[in-house]
Design a binder for this molecule. Structure first.
Ligand SMILES: Cc1cc2nc3c(=O)[nH]c(=O)nc-3n(C[C@H](O)[C@H](O)[C@H](O)COP(=O)(O)OP(=O)(O)OC[C@H]3O[C@@H](n4cnc5c(N)ncnc54)[C@H](O)[C@@H]3O)c2cc1C
Length: 473
């Protein structure tokens, strides 16, 4: 047995684990990083990176057809799916070195390529025979696709995010179980590349987002030919010669060539020996406090396995939080998700930060809401991208921004000032006071701020004040 002593032992080299290891090693702590599969985790190989790359290919295809609106006539000849995959591969290869074993060894991290398992409260053993004793551990083992309890699902060769991006041919008809962000992104991507797509959703699509803005995405996907079955009760799946038949309650069926399961995620906790380590968990994942400490104070959990919202940027935030707590304890403050942003990368994109209108009303009672439609924006008109709106939720009088949602082209980029606003760093008046270059989509931010103040600015009271001041000029 190879005995290793460490200050910090990180299990899982995905978004969360890599960030912790890079930080603690560079700050001089003896760091061990254990990864059983590929360095980089879900995001790089089976999540964000291939999905966004596929969406980019799909956008290129859609752009050919959309060109006619500008008087530019072109015909989409064919989509070569093998070349689309090659594009995905190229993007992964370009990003991969950042997460590589070589880079982390260079930073001074001891990298073990094996499966880790706790044997007691302070020791991990690996499948290749190493025993790591460490002052602290960070569990960053991520999550995997959850399988909904649908009869017969295990009888068909269903896809998950782990296998979807390995497809060598475009599916004829892709049935997607689950209408969350992953389901909707993949629905649009595959539809635009030429597949028939049916989304089967038990409740309604994108349930965490503002329904008013979700509707813009829904309408666009339907217009592009995605079939969206909401409130659909999927009862049973059976294999057919061509793929699978999905039986909905009420006797309806959907015949698909491929089935993608995108119906939520499960934390990777089963193989970790958590009981031996005294680490408590529930269905969502490892139970953590505001400092991401588990029930065993030596052991932290970050990223998807920590049971909260599941985003790469949140895993990164978790990592900085843990580094601060481990190394600079007096200055650490509990994790604050008030300004957690997220984006669904459909076209139009839907970006959100802070509270939705419904959540804000529940928490604050009276709130003020301002909307700014993209069709009022000159650049959006020029680009033919007028679909969408910005919605800002504030405390009455616009003193504090509680949340903002934006659906439209580049919404994920345009949300940035609202993240600052919700985080408390800038006030609405500041947004209004700065110049936005004309004509940019970013003008919507200033205009929305203006819409809050203009009723007050042009009120009878202000007019009286202006009249009074005129005596002195
Ligand atoms: C299709 C899809 C698209 C997504 N798109 C986005 C997006 O656009 N933006 C966004 O912010 N998020 C997105 N996400 C979510 C994002 O991928 C995750 O939130 C992020 O990868 C979580 O990072 P993590 O470090 O917690 O886990 P992971 O990246 O999953 O890493 C966990 C690692 O731990 C390893 N591991 C597990 N158990 C063990 C063990 N016992 N021993 C050793 N190693 C182990 C695994 O092999 C894995 O490499 C997407 C997810 C999917 C599935």
């Amino acid at each position: 047995v190879r005995e290793i002593e460490a200050d910090v032992c990180v299990i899982g080299a995905g978004a969360g684990g890599l960030s912790v290891a890079a930080g603690t090693a560079q700050l001089g702590r003896r760091t061990v990083l254990i990864e059983r599969a590929r360095m980089g985790g879900d995001c790089l190989y089976t999540g964000c990176v291939p999905s966004k790359s596929l969406l980019a290919a799909a956008k290129a295809a859609a752009g050919v057809q959309a060109a006619a609106a500008f008087g530019v006539h072109a015909k989409l000849e064919r989509v070569d799916f093998a070349e689309v995959r090659a594009h995905l591969e190229r993007v992964i290869r370009a990003i991969e070195p950042n997460d590589s074993e070589e880079r982390f060894r260079g930073l001074g991290v001891t990298v073990l390529r094996a499966t880790a398992r706790f044997v007691d409260r302070a020791t991990v053993e690996t499948s290749d025979g190493a025993r790591v004793r460490s002052r602290h551990f960070v569990i960053a083992t991520g999550s995997r696709a959850a399988l909904p309890p649908v009869a017969g699902l295990d009888q068909v060769p269903y896809l998950t995010n782990e296998t979807l991006f390995d497809l060598t041919e475009l599916p004829g008809h892709l049935a997607i179980i689950g209408g969350g962000p992953i389901g909707m992104e993949m629905a649009q991507a595959f539809r635009r590349l030429g597949a028939a797509v049916t989304v089967i959703e038990r409740l309604h699509i994108m349930p965490k987002d503002d329904p008013e803005l979700v509707d813009v995405v829904r309408r666009r996907l339907i217009a592009e030919g995605v079939v969206i079955r909401e409130g659909a009760d999927l009862r049973r799946v059976e294999p057919t010669a061509a793929g699978a038949r999905l039986h909905l309650a009420g006797g309806e069926t959907v015949d698909a060539s491929h089935v993608l399961v995108a119906a939520g995620r499960r934390p990777n906790v089963e193989e970790l020996g958590l009981d031996a380590a005294g680490v408590a968990r529930d269905k969502a994942g490892i139970t953590v406090d505001g400092y991401l400490r588990s029930s065993n104070r030596r052991i932290y959990a970050v990223g998807d396995v920590a049971g909260g919202p599941q985003f790469t940027h949140l895993a990164g935030q978790h990592a900085s939080q843990v580094i601060r707590h481990l190394l600079f304890r007096p200055s650490a403050r509990p994790l604050d998700l008030t300004a957690l942003p997220w984006v669904t990368y459909t076209d139009p994109e839907l970006a959100h930060v802070g509270l939705t209108e419904a959540a804000a009303r529940e928490r604050h009672g009276k709130v003020e809401v301002v909307r700014w439609p993209l069709k009022e924006n000159d650049r959006a008109q020029a680009e033919g991208a007028t679909e969408g709106l910005l919605k800002v939720v504030m405390t009455p009088g616009g003193r504090r921004v509680l949340g903002a949602s934006l659906v439209g082209q580049h919404a994920g980029e345009l949300i940035a000032p609202w993240i600052l606003a919700v985080a408390g760093k800038i006030r609405l008046g500041t947004l209004l006071g700065v110049m936005a270059p004309y004509p940019t989509l970013a003008e919507v931010n200033k205009r929305a701020a203006g819409a809050v103040f203009s009723p007050r600015l042009f009120s009878a009271g202000t007019r009286r004040l202006v009249r009074f001041l005129a005596h002195f000029t």
